[in-house]
Each structure stands twice: as C-alpha cells, then as structure tokens.
Design a binder for this molecule. Structure first.
Ligand SMILES: *Cc1c(COP(=O)(O)O)cnc(C)c1O
Length: 229
C-alpha cells in the first residue's frame, strides 16, 4: 500500500471510531508522524491529503518545515534548551513541554519571532521512568505558571500510554482527560477556552484514545511503514 492509501485508511478508521463513540470526526486531528521518512515521504503524504506532521528532532522539523511550509508542523520530541529557538521557529504546536524553565525559553524565543507559541504539557500518567513529562499532580501548577507567559499559549495536555495492555492504555487516556478537565476548571475563562487539546494515541493504541476524548492522535507507522498491520 502507498503512503496516501495508508493515510486515507487511517482517516477512515478514525472517522468510524468517532462515530462509534458519538463524536464528530472533525474533532480529531490526525498528525502524521514523519520522523522515519525523508522529504519524499512527506511529499507523498501531502499529496494524499495530510496537512499536519509530527517530528521529534529539531534538525528534522527545521529542515522539513522549510521544505514544506504549506504543512503544519508539530514538535513531539525531547526538548533541549539550546534547540528551543529552532523548534519555536518551525513548530506550530509543541506537544512535549515538561518544565517551566523550558517554557520561559520558549516564551523568549517566541517573543523574538513575534509569535505566540502554542504548547501542550506532557504528562507522565503511568509514572514509567523512561517516559518524559511531569507527574499528574504537578501538571496543574505548571499549566498555571506557563499561562502567565505572554508569548506562550497552553492548549492542553499530551501523554504516551504505558507499555502495557489495552486496559492500561484506556486508564491512562481516561486519566489524562479527567486531569485536563480538572485543570481547565482552575483557569481564568480566556485561558480555559484555549485549553482544549488532548494529544494522545499512536498507531497501536489510538482507538482507546479517541474514545477517551483525544483531539489529536499522533500516527507514524500506520501511515509510513510498509510492515505495520
Ligand atoms: C514516534 C512517535 C509517535 C508515533 O508512533 P507510531 O507508533 O509510529 O504511530 C507518536 N508520538 C510520539 C511522541 C512519538 O515519538
């Protein structure tokens, strides 16, 4: 199957899953995670209708965003301070923010570029040490501190499910949705309105994320890999 065919199959499956749980398919954005392919793979996905792309390395998002400015670029990787200006220069949405210090650097970089940077706070719902993000009980405090930065707009939360079974995935996604509701209730009305994104779900676990309320799913292998089934 070609990349456009796989992309459209994912869109169809996401739409069907939305309908099954009573959601409007337009509420869920599919981000095509292109970290394993080059410019040719991105071009194929664009031709197939993809507009949102995710990258986890600063050099890759910089290069690809320059080559394909018509696409919307999402940064989903580990953040290092010294690469923040590059990330802010290329990313429409940063999914993986996990500290106030990085938030302050993003604010400075965004101010220099005359933009307001949309970010998500990454939450480590499962507590696995290998995963990035803040603990659930620290997320609300961080969101409120970030919300005070003039060139940062906190749009919601992101998580990666634990390596486990379907029940653990579901629990993680439902936990993130509840946490987002709790945090939203503590924000002033204008900040609460903007705090409306839940980035959760990947190739293997997105159906559980969609039924738990994901507004963004991050799909790599199911779109770009020949041997994903
Ligand atoms: C690679 C990656 C994805 C996509 O994973 P697939 O299993 O290939 O769909 C999603 N989110 C993050 C943070 C990733 O690094």
């Amino acid at each position: 199957m070609s990349i456009p065919t796989r992309y459209r199959r994912v869109l169809d499956e996401v739409a069907a899953a939305c309908e099954q749980c009573g959601r409007d398919p337009s509420e869920v954005r599919v981000v095509a995670v292109s970290k394993t392919v080059g410019a040719d793979g991105v071009a194929e996905a664009l031709a197939g209708g993809a507009r949102d792309f995710g990258e986890n390395r600063p050099d890759q998002i910089t290069e690809k965003a320059a080559a394909f400015p018509e696409a919307t670029w999402h940064f989903i990787g580990n953040i290092q301070s010294r690469r923040i200006p590059d990330i802010v220069g290329a990313a429409s949405l940063i999914h993986s923010l996990g500290s106030l210090r990085h938030g302050q650097r993003i604010d400075e970089a965004a101010a220099r570029l005359g933009k307001v940077q949309d970010v998500l706070v990454e939450v480590n719902v499962s507590g696995e040490e290998s995963k990035g993000g803040v603990a659930p009980d620290e997320a609300g405090g961080l969101v409120r501190e970030l919300a005070a930065l003039p060139h940062v707009r906190v749009r919601g939360l992101m998580t990666m499910a634990p390596r486990g079974d379907a029940a653990a995935d579901r629990a993680a996604f439902e936990g993130l949705a509840r946490l987002a509701d709790d945090i939203r209730a503590t924000l002033p009305p204008d900040k609460a309105d903007a705090f409306d994104e839940l980035s959760m779900g990947m190739s293997e676990d997105w159906p559980a994320a969609v039924s738990a309320g994901a507004t963004i799913v991050r799909i790599g292998r199911a779109i770009f890999s020949d041997d994903f089934e």
